[in-house]
Design a protein around this ligand. Structure first.
Ligand code: 5GP
Length: 195
């Protein structure tokens, strides 16, 4: 998605060879117009799938997920991150290792909001090693819902997550695929740009 790639080139900062900082429009401050365009694009790509619910993870997945929900006309559920394991019969839970924060979180969703009759679209801001997406997939599977696929705003194609989740048969649609952050330069899978 050109608009997104342009924004990454203009405002993204390669913190290292593997971490891209996009705090000015996705992870801290939000660009509502860009979020809207992202939601429209995910909705367009999954419009044939009869999605009934969007599932994301707090906090940075929420903005693109809400915009997608708006275009598809369906509710958006966000999995909550919790620091400790607490047994609670009314929750679906999964464990997720954080790529950026070097910690493990339990994520949870109330059983009230995911049902076997649902067809779920998973949304997240980044795909790196795939842990967050696998956690969301695991939550959806526990509920018995069907999973139509995943919409990712920025996939880092040089990490293994994309391969890992696609190998499971999951349809993953990424709006920008970063192929390298080497030397502080952002390169996309299609074409090459210098920051
Ligand atoms: P994964 O679980 O796929 O390893 O990592 C995905 C999660 O880690 C995303 O939800 C995102 O919050 C965070 N993340 C991974 N890589 C990056 C990155 O390069 N930049 C930012 N801002 N977040 C990232």
């Amino acid at each position: 998605m050109k608009e997104l790639e342009d924004k990454i080139l203009a405002e993204g900062i390669a913190l290292s060879e593997s971490v891209l900082k996009v705090d000015s429009f996705l992870n801290h401050q939000l660009d509502p117009e860009l979020m809207q365009a992202i939601g429209r694009e995910f909705a367009r790509r999954f419009q044939e799938e009869d999605i009934t619910k969007i599932l994301t993870i707090e906090s940075s997945g929420i903005a693109p997920a809400v915009m997608t929900g708006l275009y598809l006309g369906v509710p958006v559920v966000f999995a909550r991150k919790r620091k400790s394991l607490t047994l609670n019969g009314s929750l679906f839970t999964a464990e997720v290792a954080s790529f950026t924060k070097n910690e493990r979180n339990e994520i949870a969703v109330s059983k009230d909001f995911l049902k076997p009759s649902d067809t779920v679209l998973l949304i997240d801001d980044f795909l790196a090693e795939g842990q967050a997406l696998l956690g969301l997939l695991h939550l959806a599977e526990q509920s018995g819902a069907a999973v139509a696929g995943a919409g990712i705003v920025i996939e880092k194609g040089f990490q293994d997550g994309g391969k890992r989740v696609r190998k499971l048969g999951l349809r993953v649609e990424s709006l920008a695929v970063v192929s390298s952050l080497a030397g502080g330069t952002v390169q996309f899978r299609k074409g090459e740009f210098v920051q």
